[in-house]
Design a protein around this ligand. Structure first.
Ligand SMILES: Nc1ncnc2c1ncn2[C@@H]1O[C@H](COP(=O)(O)OP(=O)(O)OP(=O)(O)O)[C@@H](O)[C@H]1O
Length: 300
């Protein structure tokens, strides 16, 4: 190819945008956790050999419940937190909700997350209806909004005449149902639920799933800790798998759940060393996790 010095300079050919160049369609950020760690100071009791009991004296120890967790949550995401017992799910939820302060790191959110059952000021000596009223007022609703929403909460909780009885007479299941119904009725932008959905019968599960789907449909952000794989698979748009206070993997629900269930099966059948080998196949770096989330939401 030849060129002459006096030929007009050609404008660079416009690059045809390829699929890869299309902007990512990411929902607006609602919550960001950066390098969050949480240590609990504990006392490890010495065994009193003579009486085979544990005494009150002991050495000081530290439980590292969370180790350098970073994640971003966006509008329209329902994020399931999974992991074996003691992996840090509930602790992470409490830290993300602002109920517990991390030892280091930072959590910022666009609105106060509603951690189910903790913020609602429920009183055992008051009836369910009175508690709905107080709970909704405590979450910032006006008295008129509270009156308008009481029937919706009562219907979702579905605990019959008990709604007019003091809450101290409730079973733990009824208690959880009412707390869940109150939390959802406040229409929080960020809702966090720890295990509650395993409480109740099929009809309640169906109604509560519907309520959670509505939250996502109106572009809220949800977090769910639950040991029921079907509940996570049905409700969550994304799953974060935790182990020993760290994120193992973060990404598309079905993919992460299938990796997680292989890990749990290996743990059950062959014990920790084999399970850790399975886990090491999936351990993602933070960069890989960012890519997974970004790639998943890319426009086609
Ligand atoms: N108040 C506390 N004091 C000391 N250690 C704690 C405290 N709360 C939690 N831990 C420890 O922190 C770690 C994470 O606990 P966490 O309850 O977050 O796990 P989890 O994944 O929710 O467990 P599970 O599935 O059993 O509910 C565990 O080792 C636990 O023993």
């Amino acid at each position: 190819m030849t060129s002459t010095s006096n030929s007009p300079k050609q404008a660079p050919a416009e690059k045809t945008p390829s699929t890869d160049d299309k902007p990512l369609k990411l929902g607006e950020l609602t919550l960001l956790a950066t390098d969050v760690s949480l240590d609990y100071n504990v006392r490890i009791a010495h065994e009193q050999k003579s009486r085979k009991l544990f005494g009150s004296s002991g050495e000081k120890g530290v439980v590292q419940a969370l180790k350098g967790i970073s994640l971003a949550a966006r509008k329209g995401e329902f994020i399931g937190l999974v992991g074996r017992n003691g992996s840090g799910k509930s602790t992470l939820l409490r830290v993300l909700a602002g109920v517990e302060t991390p030892t280091s790191g930072e959590v910022v959110a666009t609105s106060t997350p509603q951690l189910m059952g903790v913020k609602a000021a429920l009183m055992p000596n008051l009836t369910g209806v009175d508690n709905i009223r107080i709970g909704l007022l405590a979450m910032g609703l006006t008295p008129a909004e509270v009156d308008e929403r009481i029937p919706r909460v009562t219907e979702l909780a579905d605990i019959g005449n008990s709604i007019r009885m003091p809450m101290r007479t409730y079973s733990s299941g009824m208690n959880a149902r009412l707390r869940f119904a109150i939390s959802v009725a406040a229409d929080p932008d960020i809702l966090m639920i720890d295990e509650a959905l395993s409480t109740g019968d099929d009809a309640f599960r169906q109604r509560s799933n519907e309520a959670m789907k509505q939250l996502i449909a109106r572009s809220g952000t949800g977090f769910l800790v639950n040991h029921s794989a079907p509940a996570i698979r049905e409700l969550c748009t994304r799953v974060v798998w935790l182990d020993k206070g760290e994120i193992v993997a973060d990404g598309e629900t079905q993919q992460i759940m299938s990796e997680y269930s292989k890990f749990m099966n290996a743990l059950r059948r062959h014990g920790e060393p084999t399970a850790l080998k399975v886990k090491s196949r999936y351990n993602q770096t933070f960069y890989e996790r960012v890519q997974t989330i970004a790639g998943r939401t890319k426009t086609s």
